[in-house]
Design a protein around this ligand. Structure first.
Ligand SMILES: Cc1cc2nc3c(=O)[nH]c(=O)nc-3n(C[C@H](O)[C@H](O)[C@H](O)COP(=O)(O)OP(=O)(O)OC[C@H]3O[C@@H](n4cnc5c(N)ncnc54)[C@H](O)[C@@H]3O)c2cc1C
Length: 417
């Protein structure tokens, strides 16, 4: 039986990238992916456009990495955001940088990211063993190869078991988010079987569900709003940007950035609320002056009452938002309107969870992993990369960079050894 230098479990962002780096260094690599094709999650990233990294310098980049950004420092400097961009451009994937320093393929097709990685692996002769779910792994002494990992995988086609042998093992199975893409937490079981601890997981970057959610809000998207998260009455985080009301609740970039803290607080049975500032560029006083101006210029607004309010709100809010806003603020008047526009409060009762969370927080405890190599401190030759680790990032390309950098660090270290 062939003994590979490296077996990789998982053909997502981390697995594919790690395989390309390791094989590029001349290692014999085997990649095992449970789905019929690699990179199923990459295809849905960045709304199908794949925000593959962010160009921010480390000092700013690190603010978007949780819970221990310094653990990620060596990996980042080993394969930085700039290196990642150079890598993909070398592979023939032109990139473009958008607002918020987010990097996308110029083609705006997430699938192109997977395609260039798979093409590179084919070029390097890496066998892509798709349709094989790894169900167990152990380290044993082989009479010919010495200490090796025996990796047991189940065929999704016929259920048959196959055994693979490798000197090193990289676990890159992702977390628990969007389980339909293949990440269902298998990596945690594999890690535990080698003695690693798992930091309790929770969904991050997920939709937040308000109390008595008015479903008629669904489908409304807002730009340039400021959202503040309140835990037990204290403001703990403020985000500015876009948000969407969906059938699930409050989503969109600015909203889901609040979700890491919101989910932890909801799980801790604390009182959680989100307050919307629909007019962050102006003060209450400026809004009051504007209302006076509108009333002076418009007879319907000057008359007041419900029709006056509605006519006024038409000048201030998107049409679709007016009825739900009025329904939620039943005592609305010209006097309290500025305050209501600047602090529309939603008490939160829950969150959507892994089904629709961009990333999993928690995972393989970093205490058992070397930040200089991504190698296990417990089992020589065992490595971890990507979302399976207790590392997660904000929206903006941080999570894929975590996957690429940690995988490259592991692959380069194995290559050196
Ligand atoms: C909707 C959505 C949009 C996102 N958009 C962005 C974005 O634009 N930018 C960004 O930076 N991040 C984004 N993310 C997050 C990012 O996609 C992930 O953090 C990243 O893909 C993690 O890479 P990974 O390789 O660790 O895990 P995954 O990409 O989840 O890959 C793990 C792979 O392992 C396989 N696997 C699991 N168990 C086994 C097993 N037992 N045997 C064999 N194979 C197995 C899975 O099938 C899967 O293919 C998004 C996530 C989602 C859900």
């Amino acid at each position: 039986m062939e003994c590979f230098d490296l077996a990789i479990v998982g053909g997502g962002a981390a697995g594919l990238f790690g395989a390309a780096v390791a094989a590029g260094r001349g290692l014999s690599v085997l990649l095992l992916e449970r789905n019929g094709r690699c990179g199923k999650k990459i295809a849905i990233t960045g709304k199908g456009r794949c925000n593959l990294t962010n160009t921010r310098e480390w000092s700013e980049f690190s603010e978007h990495v949780h819970p221990k950004p310094n653990f990620f420092k060596s990996a980042f400097f080993g394969m930085s955001n700039k290196d990642t961009m150079a890598f993909f451009e070398r592979m023939g994937l032109p990139l473009t940088v958008e607002r918020g320093q987010r990097v996308f393929p110029a083609s705006m097709r997430a699938q192109d990211v997977t395609d260039v990685l798979v093409a590179r692996l084919k070029e390097l002769g890496v066998p892509l063993c798709t349709g094989y779910r790894v169900v167990g792994a152990s380290k044993v002494e082989d009479s010919v190869c010495g200490p090796v990992f025996k990796v047991e995988a189940k065929s999704s086609e016929d259920g048959g078991l196959r055994l693979f042998t490798a000197r090193n093992l990289l676990i890159a199975t992702g977390g628990l988010s969007y389980p339909a893409t293949g990440s269902t937490g298998d990596g945690y079981l594999l890690a535990e079987s080698f003695g690693h601890k798992i930091v309790p997981c929770f969904p991050s970057l997920t939709a937040l569900v308000p109390l008595n959610y008015d479903i008629s809000l669904s489908g409304i998207s807002l730009k340039n709003v400021e959202l503040s998260l309140y835990v037990n009455g204290t403001s703990v985080q403020t985000e500015f940007g876009e948000m969407d009301f969906t059938s699930d609740g409050i989503e969109g970039a600015a909203a889901i950035r609040l979700s890491r803290k919101a989910v932890a607080a909801l799980d801790g049975k604390q009182k959680v609320a989100v307050s919307f500032d629909l007019k962050p560029a102006v003060s209450c006083e400026q809004l009051r002056l504007r209302i006076r101006r509108e009333a002076a210029a418009d007879i319907v607004i000057a008359k007041g009452g419900t029709s006056g309010l509605r006519a006024l709100l038409r000048r201030l809010l998107p049409e679709a938002l007016i009825t739900p806003f009025m329904r939620a603020n039943r005592d609305l008047s010209y006097e309290n309107l500025p305050e209501r526009l600047k602090a529309w409060r939603f008490a939160l009762v829950s969150y959507v969870g892994y089904r629709r969370s961009v990333v999993t927080a928690g995972g393989v405890d970093l205490v058992g992993i070397s930040p200089k190599t991504m190698g296990s401190k417990l089992v020589e030759g065992l490595y971890f990369a990507g979302e399976v680790l207790d590392l997660d990032g904000d929206t903006g390309g941080y999570n894929l960079q975590i996957a690429f950098s940690t995988a490259a660090l592991a692959a380069n270290n194995i290559g050196k050894r």
